[in-house]
Design a protein around this ligand. Structure first.
Ligand code: PBG
Length: 337
């Protein structure tokens, strides 16, 4: 009819793109609210929520203001939240010890949310020290015989174990070590089991890159950190190293593994998904959020369409779960479809 009769094209993939229902029928990937994990920040010592300058629309919450956010996530069908704590500056020390204090901000937030919402949503706690140390590194520092200062791997792991137990005790369903220390998963699994928390799961940040996309997160947690984390987080140039890290974490007992950031590392998400016997998560991080927000604010891109396209791409690459600042809002968009 419309085609040139002299053009002999029996195979026409466009037939399956002819209408919305046809495209929906043949879609290979379907992002659902339950795939999304809402990331939330809770800050000590503030009376009302503080908007994060480099992450418009995201807030440092109080213990009171975080509860309605969790309710909104539940109502939208989001299956989990991932919680970060921001302590008062005067509570930070070189070891980050307020991280495992029962009355530390993160543990209080976990307890309040678990008390209020029980099993209605999975509470994932971030299990890392950088928000709690005065130097901003992910563990205590040590100096070697040659004067080289770096994070003390084994001391950091010991602290993560204390932190994980305190989070389990407060009511976290899942702990998520993001420090990239060697042996952290095996040690944490053993520590949780010994303390009677064998039912608490571990979401391992397995392939976490030393990424500039984390920039805005430093605002979000009020970090004074300068420098880099290249002696513990991975080199963006590497691929095999991620597969090795994920394999080690699975062997050590990780219940879920994660790739972070997401959109610049879709190949890694795919490859880990191809061999992982456990669910794979990806973290659409602060800088990925901020770039979409900034361009959308200029009117240069369609905010909702780009956000959903990014999340769909991450899901298509293989991530079952996506940690994102868009979770609740995106779930709302998906529910309207
Ligand atoms: C640190 C941590 C970071 C993020 C999550 N946990 C920052 C870093 O490693 O420097 C970044 C998250 C984001 O950028 O959204 N444990």
């Amino acid at each position: 009819m419309f085609s040139n009769p002299t053009l002999d094209v029996p195979v026409r993939p466009r037939r399956l793109r002819t209408s919305g229902p046809m495209r929906a029928l043949t879609a290979e990937t379907r992002l659902a609210p339950a795939n999304l994990i809402q990331v939330l920040f809770v800050r000590d010592g503030i009376d009302s929520p503080v908007e994060i300058a480099s992450m418009p629309g995201q807030y440092q919450h109080t213990l009171d203001s975080v509860l309605p956010e969790v309710q909104k996530a539940i109502d939208a069908g989001v299956a989990a939240i991932d919680l970060f704590g921001v302590p008062k500056d005067e509570d930070k020390d070189a070891a980050g010890s307020v991280a495992w204090a029962e009355d530390g901000i993160l543990n209080r937030a976990i307890a309040a949310i678990r008390q209020e919402f029980g099993e209605q949503i999975v509470i994932i706690a971030d299990t890392c020290l950088d928000e709690f140390t005065d130097h901003g590194h992910c563990g205590p520092l040590s100096t070697d015989d040659f004067g080289v200062v770096s994070v003390d791997n084994d001391a950091a792991v010991e602290a993560y174990c204390k932190m994980a137990i305190s989070q389990a005790k407060a009511g976290a369903h899942t702990v998520s070590p993001s420090g990239m220390m060697d042996g952290q998963i095996a040690a944490m699994r053993a520590a949780l089991d010994d303390a009677g928390y064998s039912h608490v799961s571990i979401l391992a940040y397995s392939a976490k890159y030393a990424s500039a996309f984390f920039g805005p997160f430093r605002d979000a947690v009020g970090s004074t950190f300068t420098g880099d984390r290249k002696t513990y987080q991975q080199d963006p140039a590497n691929r095999r190293e991620s597969l090795y890290e994920a394999a080690l974490d699975i062997e050590e007992g990780a219940d879920m593994v994660m790739v972070k950031p997401a959109t610049a590392y879709l190949d890694i998400i795919r490859e880990i998904t191809d061999f992982s016997p456990v669910p794979v998560a990806a973290y659409h991080v602060s800088g990925e959020y901020a770039m979409i927000e900034a361009a959308a604010a200029q009117g240069w891109i369609d905010r909702k369409a780009v956000a959903l396209e990014a999340l769909t791409g991450i899901h298509r690459a293989g991530a079952t779960m996506i940690l994102t600042y868009y979770a609740t809002e995106a779930a709302g968009w998906l529910n309207q479809r």
